[in-house]
Design a protein around this ligand. Structure first.
Ligand code: ADP
Ligand code: MG
Length: 442
């Protein structure tokens, strides 16, 4: 249930507020109709009580057609319900596979700024929303984090619903698809699962890189795909990498993906970034002078989400200080993030070399091998960890990190960072090692 809640609310909040209010929460118990959540502080408790409880309870009611109550406890507080010792089998929860309402209203074509890096993707998205199932099927977006893949997918959904309000649109992340599939087997609701996924006009599956190595899910997705494809229903997929770079995706899906159109999205150029900032600030009802816009656009090059984060920070700063937004205010607002330019580069260089040295020593791999091209696993993983640490601990840009590692592409660096990020979540040994390395470095 908690996973489902997170999936539902994640797209509805800014990343930072989602991280603050949801990621810090631990689901501790589900007792009959009471979901017990542990929050880290009274501040969280108050915020939840004031803002989130009613919405979450409402959402649960809609999703599960059942009235769940959410109860909050503080960290360290005892669980309110005795753990049940009886082994009577639990009633399987009725799963609701309907995620159609998960489109974020803010992600539409009107709010999307077109530039050289996303022009193809944008055109294909528009075409597909006008003539689903016929032109480019499937449509496959690939590109780095925060470049607008999810935004475009939602936009396709909105657009199709605009011209055909009866169209059945389903947007899911690949994780939701996986969870639904796994749960459908557990609770013997495969029939419902298939109906929910195959009885649609447009299926949007986001971030399919998370299908990597999940062979059972990949098989099921293949059947879903084929069924939709055969009945000329539109499928749109996104990923941070090319189909053939997703481990164990299987040749038949890879070749199916090639039947359609694969388009990449590359980072926005300067003008596009300025446009995005203008549009975003206008939508939120404030304005920035040209030089402030320019300065801000110059600070964030490879990720629109970070660019938006910068804008939010600048705005908050201006409100706190009760001063108008000027270029110097922007400099000041971002100042805490990036120190003075000169010392910043020096600092980064120093950190980069100490990261290489530390990783080399820890894993007994030479620095030359870390920077080299060898594909041996005992080298690849440390290499990716070193990239990951550079991304985490320094402000060196992705392309420059790539350069550090013998001229690799920034997308390679991104993949490495994502991969390690993923492993940290799933592999406790690796998590320990990275934590230890970080400790040594601080
Ligand atoms: P991705 O799915 O590729 O990681 P998102 O679609 O989540 O990226 O985009 C991250 C943020 O940047 C979103 O808030 C989105 O609205 C915004 N964004 C990305 N590209 C554009 C663009 N071209 N125009 C306007 N906003 C954009
Ligand atoms: Mg996305």
């Amino acid at each position: 249930i908690w996973k489902e809640i997170c999936q539902h609310f994640k797209p509805l909040y800014e990343v930072t507020s989602f991280d603050t209010w949801f990621k810090t929460v631990v689901p501790v118990q589900l007792h009959e109709s009471t979901l017990v959540l542990q929050v880290p502080s009274t501040l969280h408790e108050n915020y939840w009580k004031a803002k989130l409880l009613p919405t979450v309870e409402e959402h649960l009611k809609e999703t599960y057609h059942h009235h769940y109550q959410v109860m909050l406890i503080a960290e360290g507080q005892q669980r309110p319900f005795a753990e049940s010792t009886d082994s009577s089998p639990k009633k399987p929860e009725l799963i609701n596979f309907d995620h159609s309402t998960h489109l974020n209203p803010a992600y539409n074509f009107e709010s999307f700024v077109v530039g050289p890096g996303n022009m193809m993707a944008h055109a294909a998205a528009l075409a597909v929303s006008e003539e689903p199932g016929t032109l480019y099927n499937p449509l496959y977006f690939y590109g780095g984090v925060g470049l607008g893949k999810t935004h475009l997918m939602h936009a396709i959904g909105h657009q199709l619903l605009k011209s055909n309000p009866n169209a059945k649109v389903k947007y899911v992340s690949s994780e939701t698809f996986t969870n639904d599939f796994v749960n459908s087997i557990k609770t013997k609701q495969q029939e419902e699962f298939r109906k929910a996924y195959r009885n649609v006009d447009l299926l949007l599956v986001d971030d399919v890189q998370f299908f990597a190595n999940k062979v059972g899910t990949i098989d099921e997705f293949f059947y879903t795909f084929s069924d939709l494809y055969d009945s000329k229903k539109q499928i749109v997929i996104s990923s941070d990498r090319m189909p053939n770079e997703i481990e164990n995706l299987g040749d038949r899906l890879i070749s199916r993906f090639r039947w359609g159109l694969v388009v990449d999205i590359t980072p926005p150029d300067y003008d596009t970034r300025v446009e995005i900032l203008k549009k975003k600030s206008l939508a939120e009802g404030f304005e920035l002078p040209e030089d402030a816009l320019g300065y801000l656009a110059g600070q964030f090059e490879s990720n629109v989400r970070e660019l938006e984060g910068g804008l939010t920070r600048v705005r908050a700063f201006s409100q706190l200080k009760d001063e108008p937004i000027t270029a110097s205010l922007v400099t000041e607002a971002l100042g805490n993030l990036s120190n003075e330019p000169q010392t910043k580069t020096e600092n980064n260089e120093l950190k980069a070399s100490s990261i290489l040295a530390a990783v080399s020593k820890y894993y007994d791999v030479s620095i030359a091998d870390l920077k080299g091209k060898k594909r041996l696993k005992r080298i690849v993983v440390p290499r990716q960890i070193a990239m990951y640490l550079m991304r985490e601990l320094t402000s060196i840009s992705l392309p420059k990190i790539g350069k550090e590692f013998g001229g690799k592409d920034h997308t390679t660096v991104l993949h490495a960072c994502d991969k390690i990020g993923e492993l940290i979540r799933s592999d406790s040994q690796l998590k320990k090692e990275v934590a230890e390395l970080k400790k040594n470095l601080s």
